[in-house]
Design a protein around this ligand. Sequence first.
Ligand SMILES: Nc1ncnc2c1ncn2[C@@H]1O[C@H](COP(=O)(O)OP(=O)(O)OP(=O)(O)O)[C@@H](O)[C@H]1O
Length: 576
Amino acid sequence: MRDTPSLSLMGWLRSLASAISAYIAPILGFTILANLLLLVSPFYMLQVYDRILTSGSIDTLIWLTVISVFLLGIYAAAEVGRRRLATLASVELDTIISDNMFTHFCDDPQEAIEIPSRLRYTARVKGFLSNQAILPFFDLPFAPLFIAILFVIHPLIGTIGLVGAVLMVVIAVTAEGATRATFLEVNQKDSQAFELALGLSRQRSAIVSMGLTEGALSRWKSIREEAHGIALNGGRAEVSFASSAKSVRQMLQILVLGAGGALAVQQQVSPGAIVAGSIILGRALAPIDQIVGGWKNITSIREAWDELGERVLRVNDGRADMPLSRPDPILLLDRLAIAPPASEEALIRPFRLQLQGGTLVTLLGPIGSGKTSLLQTVVGAWQPFSGKVVLGGRDVHAWASDDRGPYVGYVPQGVELLPGTIAQNIARMGKAEPEAVILAAQEAGAHAMILSLKNGYDTLIGPSATVPLSAGQTQLIGYARALFGEPVLLILDEPTANLDRDSAKHVIASLKEKAERGAIVFVATHDRAVIEQSETVLAIREGGVISADANRYLASLDSSARKDPQQISTGVGKTA
Ligand SMILES: Nc1ncnc2c1ncn2[C@@H]1O[C@H](COP(=O)(O)OP(=O)(O)OP(=O)(O)O)[C@@H](O)[C@H]1O
């Protein structure tokens, strides 16, 4: 979270306006109409006090009333129009941000972590428009017009209006300076509390089993208490500014009435002008009053806008690349070096490897050596530190994820499924023929297990699930998802880790079968049974990748009677 916003208030308003530019002109049109029609009531008062009361003409009064009511009807329609447009603009903005958010989510692993907070910021910005809190900013430019009318009524009344408006702007500017720091501090504490709550909800078992409840609760309480303390102190300033603005506005209206009364006694203005002047002053000051009263809200939106950043606000040009055909099953890791996102040092030094369809390769290495990192890079989730991953002649990282995805099956370590049904998860959340879903489940050895569930393929996963799936069940469904659509490249990270012997046997047999049918199968594993089915092993050792014939590797393991993959030495040659 930044301490100061990157944009000034005007800069922020300009940036917001450009994001919803299509709506600005129509909202402005309705605003002009509504503000001009706001003059109907003071004009009506002026006529009633100065003409009707002196002439006693009931006919004129009736006509005047009918016309005024009609014009106020148009005013109401203009208000509805601009409010509706503000809501539509909020929907448009939400769509732009969501589209961009998911595009960046695919491009940059760091963006995935940001999504929950970005969603909270988006809701704030959207609320600013849908709650019509933006409209006082549209009304503000009409304040000079109303003050000019006050000058026409009488220079003294105009001067009171002008001084009052300047005073309220000073209150607004001071309020911004005085409350911003507090607001940002409270927000920071709120985010800390939110992250702690998220951690607690994910680690309930560890907390309960090891008696961490009291410690977690006191940590939570201390963050909340700090936030409350700051909010209470800062809240006092905020309430003072809002109340000052309100009472200044009331006082000014009294002053205008008083000054008007004095001028009327001296017959410098008519009695109607006193009432009209007071109403017009009220209209001139209303937007400033609303802006000062909602300052906390505005600070919060500006912060959200800043955090979202220009990137997620850029309008999508809607262009889509031409989908590419099924790639040839040739995987080239070309001088590929691996590093976790944002890391400045390579975890795995450059290596070269080419795999053809029909091969099953196992990836070995001690814990933390970079197996998962290597697989994440090969599937396109992480950018290479250097070098390229080329599938069927196409650079995986320059290939749009949605277009590339159908040709890649990936079972990550610790599979997690998306909220939805089992069938939707296997079908990768897209539309699919039931036969294709069932085929993938059968190949993964998950079909019987799924049918044994009460709702079969319609069993819900995620927050709406009645019964959570076990780790093994989740892994099998994750494997079926990877097999769906017959991908060219299958990448699996410890696919047998949570499985019983029979399921593991089925998975290994199906991997072998997939390879025999032409796919490239690349598996990180500690499971000897997988290595026995593979032709080649790759081992990560001290930041380098070495390759070996799987049979020779196993023989060397047996001869040394050590099962640690780090021990490969015999028959292992460096990759090109
Ligand atoms: N998302 C990430 N961001 C930053 N660093 C990461 C990330 N994921 C892994 N690392 C780091 O990369 C290194 C290798 O981790 P990786 O998970 O690739 O190892 P591994 O060989 O798969 O281990 P294991 O056998 O335990 O699964 C670790 O030091 C880890 O801290």
